[in-house]
Design a protein around this ligand. Sequence first.
Ligand SMILES: C[S@@+](CC[C@H](N)C(=O)[O-])C[C@H]1O[C@@H](n2cnc3c(N)ncnc32)[C@H](O)[C@@H]1O
Length: 325
Amino acid sequence: MKNLGRLTLEAQKDLHIKKQNKHRSKCCIEKNPNKTWDSILFSDYCIFQGDVRNFVRAGNKQEVFDLIVTSPPYNIGKEYEKQIPISSYLQEQEDIINKTIPYLKTGGSVCWQTGNYVVKNEIIPLDIEFATIFKKHNLQLRNRIIWHFGHGLHCQKRFSGRYETILWYTKTKNNIPLHTFNLDAVRIASKYPGKKRFRGPSKGEFSSHPSGKNPEDVWTNIPNVKSNHIEKTIHPCQFPVGLIQRLILALTNEGDIIFDPFSGVSSTGVAAAATKRRYVGCEIVQKYTTIGSKRINEILNGRKTFRDHSLPIYDHTKSPLSKRK
Ligand SMILES: C[S@@+](CC[C@H](N)C(=O)[O-])C[C@H]1O[C@@H](n2cnc3c(N)ncnc32)[C@H](O)[C@@H]1O
């Protein structure tokens, strides 16, 4: 990573913001882990096509990333994974997490989005397992976000699963909360914006924030990516761009650098490009990297190809299908 040494991280960020104002760069795909590290300086959007373990091994453990956000493979037998015993899976994941955390800046954030691992009809909520791994890294858990969505399998022997979770951690020094939290960037519509205070010195004034409310830790307005979703690609397990867009807007600033170790079709990269942040992803399957870079370039070319995190959920009661005739 010799090139990263030439400029300070702050200077790199300034360079990125200046570049963004002049022209938008393109997303590159690299197969050589050393070249990927070098290209972080020159290319604002880069996907390493290969095993994330090779990428993290090739770096020099410099704190470069402002946000590490991902949805790891869940070991449920999707086309890109071979199901292995849960203990081996967790060992593998822990090894990757241990090698990834050193690259997180002090003041930076980690967001790990997971669902349930199902074995012999028993569910194992993966965030419980991952929490014990992250605990060893002395990070601070800021929120356990529940992402509720409306579509999925209809279970016959248990209640149908309709949520996944995001563990949000920060890396601080001496317990001083240095992390970025841009609440104003992610406010959502208040329930009763017209409500006024009815007593006290501010009586008669609106009681809610003029720009809306804190989105809270249960997110219900971001649909999962099913077949008719505008973001759907061939990937069987994409997360919606809006989910990551909200995290990026809240937890990072323009020019910051975001890392997704299991990037799939680069939904994180799309969110990064749409919010003028930089991005590095790692993805082992070539066809996903190709689609990912194409999606990022579409955003850089000014096409909006995703559903914004702030859109309200579709009101299904307005559909003719909501009534049996
Ligand atoms: C749950 S998917 C992530 C999907 C992604 N969030 C998106 O929206 O496209 C996990 C991805 O990790 C990739 N993967 C699994 N093991 C990997 C490894 N060791 N290194 C890099 N990528 C890996 C899989 O091919 C898969 O695309």
